[in-house]
Design a protein around this ligand. Structure first.
Ligand SMILES: [Zn+2]
Ligand SMILES: [Zn+2]
Length: 114
């Protein structure tokens, strides 16, 4: 999904729209990509935001090692923790979430280098 870029903001790293970032994301409390509270983080680069005549540059942070992987993993274990069917290994939802995690992990390994 692409947002229209504001003229007053420089384009951020990794396709980030600085205008869409929250204060918590700018302050490095939350992932700049997905908004999750950061536990482990990795630097993404900086964005410069104009507030009136003042230009402020913020360093951005993202989930470490990878948003998609981490979120897929959290979704899978979060579901399994409260799911009876997952304990017997016969849960379609749990399997789907695990598959999503595996796919994200694989994609990261194979596609992350280039
Ligand atoms: Zn993230
Ligand atoms: Zn389940």
């Amino acid at each position: 999904m692409k947002r229209s870029q504001l003229a007053t903001t420089a384009p951020g790293p990794a396709g980030i729209d600085p205008a869409a970032l929250t204060r918590e994301q700018l302050l490095g409390w939350r992932c700049a990509l997905c908004g999750t509270l950061l536990a482990g983080d990795r630097p993404l680069g900086t964005v410069t935001i104009a507030q009136g005549p003042t230009l402020t540059t913020y360093p951005l942070w993202a989930c470490d090692p990878n948003c998609a992987t981490e979120h897929a993993w959290r979704a899978a274990i979060g579901h399994a923790a409260g799911c009876e069917a997952c304990r017997t290994g016969e849960c379609a939802t749990g399997q789907r979430l695990l598959d999503a995690y595996t796919a994200a992990f694989r994609q990261e390994r194979e596609g992350g280098a280039g």
